[in-house]
Design a binder for this molecule. Sequence first.
Ligand code: SF4
Length: 300
Amino acid sequence: MHGDPQKLASLIASLIGLCARRLPEDVLTRLEEMRKAESVPEEGGSPLGRRIYDAMFTDLDMAAALNRPFCQDTGIIQFFVEAGTAFPLLGDLENALREGVIRATVDVPLRPNVVEIFDEKNTGDNTGTRIPWIDWELVPGKDSIRLFIYLAGGGCSLPGFAKVFTPLEGYEAAIQAVFDQIVHYGLNSCPPLLAGIGLGPSADTAAKLSKKALLRFIGARNSNLRAAELELQMEKALNKTGIGPGGFGGKGSVMAVHIEQAGRHTAVLAAALSTGCWAHRRLLAEIRPDLSCAVLSHRE
Ligand code: SF4
């Protein structure tokens, strides 16, 4: 690549670095709230839970001081691009995203996590077949791009599933399946978790929506009032499981539950779950035509 595409790749690499080294503002705020909630034993808080949060914030402080990732598992890199069709480097963007991953792997550094399926060999640079994963949405006429970067860790991806139910089984079966999955596997996923639920017409659409639900900032609710109410009820119920931070017990087990939905086929209801761990590395940036950039998710 020459000229501006090189600059774009450098920008992508630095954004990946920021994503790996710092938590987004909304996640930090929620973790602070959950730490406080564990600090009052008279109200059901867990002193051990409080210490787990203290350890998380110490980890974050040390990562900031040393300018390095705050978790050893820097994940598989996923990009969710809302690309303006008038963005001048649109044709170079896919290569720049891939190049940015390769540079970030060396510069940040990131742990090489990508293993080629069937070859069972680590590629060494965090790229591979269809990886980094890129999800495209085109925005006609716009000259900038909105870019979500998500680092999908192994542990936090573990509870993910998608399943198709008959309408007779209803929303209840879908919600039960989500609960079962979180209760069985959530412990291994470094809670408190962010639960992303997708509901739609097929396993693939529900799965995609469940991951998109993880991109929504914590504190924002589904615009459908019934969905928003279900998010709230599920949060309350999952927090009663007592999984707690790190799985050591406590008042809070989930940072939030987010639901995204699509219209379904009359004969089926598909449900999917994606989970984020406490180290929810999700960054949103707007990149303008001159490659100036605004990070919308982080304080820095
Ligand atoms: S689940 Fe999250 S915090 Fe735990 S090891 Fe994986 S990426 Fe790190």
